[in-house]
Design a protein. Structure first.
Length: 426
């Protein structure tokens, strides 16, 4: 009669040994839990730069020249010691790419909104960046359509997007024609926005983001702070989606209702992006003033939930776009002064899942700012950005910084700041 004991030192029955072996096989087959976004980013601190529609507008239109410029730009960014690019792919309800765009091609890429290029601009930029070890986060301004009413002309400024730029055969044009009935597009202070209170609008934007993540090897999805414009609900001309709130029957206050609209959008973006490609990070660069963010008249960002609760974002990059010496009009220290504002952000309750970066205002270097000093700090000092980077780098709870924006690397007025910054980044 065969021995019913397993031939192992445990002395278990053969059946028990088989059960143990099966359990160990299943256990080893289970993938370990991935590290959180916060841990992933902190292991390799982010040194990012925004590449905006202004920068796209300066790119050549012809393919060979475009490829050469893309290589030059990414080589320059890498050579500075930066490692991440927040690359505009959707700035005015448009697209900077060809695969399933959902929106017309940007005028800042092809010269005319809706005119496709014979090459895929985003694919070329991604190839140029990845070949140099740079990560690329696809940057969306989700709800903005136009940035000008088209009447003002400044020969020294890049022309904004006006209603006249929208192609007659595009989705945006159809939604505009249906605006009184369906209210998918709203007009506010002569500018146009997709209506964030409409589920159909939010879902379409989510699908647009999801399709891009599926079609292009981006490393992240990055959303700017253009969620709601500044509003005044006491004035019908400036109340935006107040009619939609009144029709909704919601028991929430109008401010909380608007925040809930953005929360629903962000949750769905986060869920769909991670369903398609779990390794892709989702982040937002909100305004830096916390009082403004919690306001009931603009932004409508539920910043405390985003920091504390899972399922909204993997990282935040508050735009702390002020110097160290910013003052209030009465001469007292401002809460927006860099150290004070940074301290306020670092003091917020935050989940370990979340990474916190800091947005820095390279665009102010050498040009000044209305900081209530006799002479702007930005005109007196040329090491502000360098000192901010040093301060951020010393904070173990911070995951890096981002500079706004690429074009300022070439401004003569910023040369002093850049020299100090380069010494740090080597």
């Amino acid at each position: 009669m065969p021995n019913r004991k397993c031939f192992c030192w445990l002395g278990l029955t053969r059946l028990a040994c088989l059960q143990l072996a099966f359990f160990l096989l299943v256990l080893t087959a289970v993938k370990p839990l991935s590290v959180t976004a916060g841990e992933k980013v902190r292991k390799a601190p982010v040194r990012a730069i925004w590449f905006s529609f202004y920068d796209w507008n300066a790119m050549p239109r012809e393919e060979t020249a475009f490829r050469q410029e893309a290589d030059r730009i990414m080589e320059e960014i890498s050579g500075l010691g930066l490692n991440t690019v927040f690359l505009h792919v959707h700035s005015h309800s448009d697209a900077y790419y060809l695969k399933d765009p959902g929106f017309p091609m940007s005028k800042y890429v092809s010269g005319r909104m809706g005119l496709n290029t014979p090459y895929d601009p985003l694919a070329i930029m991604l190839e140029a960046a990845h070949s140099r070890g740079l990560k690329v986060h696809a940057w969306f301004n989700p709800f903005r359509i136009t940035s000008t009413d088209g009447t003002a002309k400044d020969p020294n400024a890049i022309e904004g997007v006006s209603a006249r730029d929208i192609p007659a055969d595009s989705l945006l044009s159809r939604l505009w024609r249906e605006r009184r009935e369906k209210r998918y597009i709203l007009e506010h202070m002569d500018l146009h926005y997709l209506n964030p209170s409409k589920k159909e609008v939010r879902d379409y934007l989510v699908k647009t983001i999801e399709d891009l993540v599926r079609n292009y090897p981006v490393d992240g999805v990055h959303l700017d702070d253009y969620f709601y414009p500044a509003l005044d609900d006491s004035d019908p001309a400036f109340s935006f989606d107040k009619l939609d709130y009144e029709a909704s029957g919601s028991s929430l206050s109008i401010g909380d209702w608007r925040r809930d609209n953005i929360n629903r959008f962000m949750k769905k973006v986060y869920k769909r992006v991670h369903a398609v490609r779990p390794e892709v990070l989702v982040g937002v660069s909100p305004a830096g003033n916390l009082e403004d963010l919690r306001s009931d008249s603009k932004h409508f960002v539920d910043i405390d939930s985003w920091l504390r609760d899972p399922g909204y974002v993997d990282y935040l990059v508050p735009q702390i776009y002020w110097g160290f010496e910013r003052k209030n009009p009465d001469g007292s220290p401002s809460s927006e002064a860099f150290k004070s504002c940074l301290k306020a952000w670092m003091g917020l309750e935050r989940s370990d899942r979340m990474a916190l970066l800091v947005g820095l205002a390279l665009y102010k270097a050498g040009l000044g700012d209305e900081d209530n000093n006799p002479v702007s700090e930005w005109l007196v000092r040329d090491d502000i950005i360098a000192r901010q980077i040093k301060l951020v780098s010393k904070q173990k709870s911070l995951a890096g910084f981002a500079l706004f924006d690429y074009s300022d690397l070439h401004r003569p007025e910023a040369a002093g700041e850049l020299n100090h910054m380069k010494d740090l980044l080597k």
